[in-house]
Design a protein around this ligand. Structure first.
Ligand code: ADP
Ligand code: MG
Length: 462
């Protein structure tokens, strides 16, 4: 009976599997394929140079020793790199395109090819106290991938620049060595792909893809499923890359030891290299980030310093929020044809400011007697002091009545209180005012005006 190359190889592997630790088998032998069988020599391809060398030196002899039992005759085993696979464009992960194509899109293919964001470079990353350790570690890794801190584990709350920093390392390395194979993947995607691979029985393919890379960026590992299969798979991927001296960078929203359900062996591996955290930026840092952003987008002419400062003071939750605030402010300004100013920022960022806790306490209860008086005064083009005064000029009387009316409607406060808010008027004056407004509202134009004020106020209320 003559066996084909692949039959021969799989007999040997079946046998080897009984004797080798599962992890060794899966890491090194499972991803191999028999190429040809000539006489007593079988040529087997491994996914990359390292795997081929490793198998040659660690496993060839051992596998050959199994041959008499498994095949009934001796055999020589030669490991080679899979040239065909090496030259095949890697459709399914992001691979740095040659420099002249660097601006073009990633190779097309399944949705797995996540592009690196061109903006996420060291150049665009503002370093401050909160991230200096992580940034320094990232720079060290970029300078000597696989050598200094492996893995690099960056953790911190969402929106603080973990993904940015991780990709900055990739950009830097690729700039120096454009042929570096980089794989950037979110942990959820990694998990989904694994599950799909198991279903389609294509796990060797899956493994190859992740183990052939020079730089693996696994984003948000706190999503690593508690399922054994996923952690097991990642454990092997990690080992394979680590042993091969490839750089691994991980991010998470918390330190390794606090990731729920993470196996102890992964926790310990994640701590092997450098664990660096990123914290909330302080005020100066937030200002610098906003200025940098304004500079990057050539916005410096339209955003005055006091506005930058205002945003930095009030938006504290994350860098992402800071950026979002700036974008929203500019959109708001162009929509309303108004100049960018602190008061416009206050208006445009109302919701964000209110969400932001103590720093914006006055914004939190945006709807109060004062804010209604302000809104009405603005609508009628008068000042708030006039509105609150005893003056009976007609120009002030009607707006004052409207303000009382809306305060009653929105806040339901007592008539006496309303009177007090307008220079101590008695409650019969207030009643008269409310009735007046009802009559005036029979005029559609006037009614529309009140309606638009209502809308402004409900927005405040949201
Ligand atoms: P994370 O991955 O921690 O959730 P990201 O890396 O996605 O956060 O960052 C959110 C946004 O904030 C991105 O647009 C990023 O460019 C920006 N960013 C974060 N930190 C900085 C920084 N130090 N300097 C400049 N931009 C930053
Ligand atoms: Mg991220």
């Amino acid at each position: 009976m003559t066996l084909s190359a692949s039959e021969t190889w799989s007999r040997l592997l079946d046998r080897a599997r009984l004797e080798l630790p599962e992890q060794t088998y899966r890491t090194w032998l499972e991803p191999t394929e028999a190429l040809e069988l000539e006489g007593n020599t079988i040529v087997v391809v491994a996914p990359d140079r390292f795997a081929a060398d490793w198998n040659e030196s660690k496993h060839a002899q051992f596998l050959a020793s199994l041959a008499p039992v498994a095949l009934g005759h001796p055999i020589n085993i030669v490991f080679r790199v899979d040239e065909e696979r090496k030259s095949r464009p890697q459709m399914d992960l992001f691979v740095a395109p040659p420099p002249d194509q660097a601006k073009k899109t990633a190779p097309d293919g399944p949705a797995t090819g996540v592009q690196l964001s061109t903006r996420y470079t060291f150049h665009n990353f503002v370093i401050g106290k909160s991230n200096e350790l992580a940034a320094a570690a990232a720079q060290a890794v970029a300078a000597a991938p696989g050598k200094v801190y492996n893995p690099l584990f960056i953790y911190g709350e969402t929106g603080l620049g973990k993904t940015h920093l991780m990709q900055a390392v990739a950009h830097e390395i690729m700039q120096r060595a454009p042929s570096t194979r980089v794989c950037f993947v979110g942990t959820e995607q990694f998990t989904n792909e694994l599950v799909a691979a198991i279903q389609k029985r294509s796990t060797p393919e899956f493994r190859r893809r992740y183990r052939e890379t020079d730089l693996l960026l696994l984003d948000d590992v706190h999503f690593l499923k508690r399922t054994e299969a996923t952690q097991e798979e990642f454990f092997h991927t990690f080992n394979a890359l680590y042993e091969a001296g490839r750089q691994i960078i991980l991010t998470s929203d918390r330190p390794p030891s606090e990731i729920p359900g993470l196996e102890a062996r992964l926790v310990s591996r994640f701590q092997w290299g450098m664990v660096a955290d990123i914290e909330q930026p302080d005020l100066e840092h937030r200002i610098a980030i906003l200025q940098n952003k304004a500079r990057l987008d050539h916005l410096e002419l339209t955003i005055p310093d006091d506005v930058i400062r205002f945003i930095a003071e009030h938006v504290r939750s994350s860098v992402r929020e800071l950026e979002g605030s700036l974008i929203r402010l500019l959109a708001y300004a162009s929509l309303k044809h108004r100049e960018v100013s602190v008061s416009l920022a206050r208006e445009a960022l109302r919701d964000k400011l209110r969400l932001n806790g103590d720093g914006a306490a006055e914004e939190k209860h945006a709807l109060n007697v004062q804010s209604i008086q302000q809104a009405v005064a603005r609508e009628f083009g008068i000042n708030v002091d006039g509105l609150r005064s005893k003056s009976r000029t007609k120009q002030l009387t009607v707006p004052r009545q409207v303000a009382m009316f809306l305060i009653r409607e929105f806040l339901g406060v007592q008539l006496v209180e309303i009177g007090n808010a307008f220079g101590g008027r008695d409650h019969s004056t207030v009643i008269h005012s409310l009735e007046r407004v009802e009559i005036l509202c029979q005029d559609p134009a006037f009614n529309a005006r009140v309606e638009s004020l209502r809308k402004t106020l409900s927005d405040l209320h949201r």
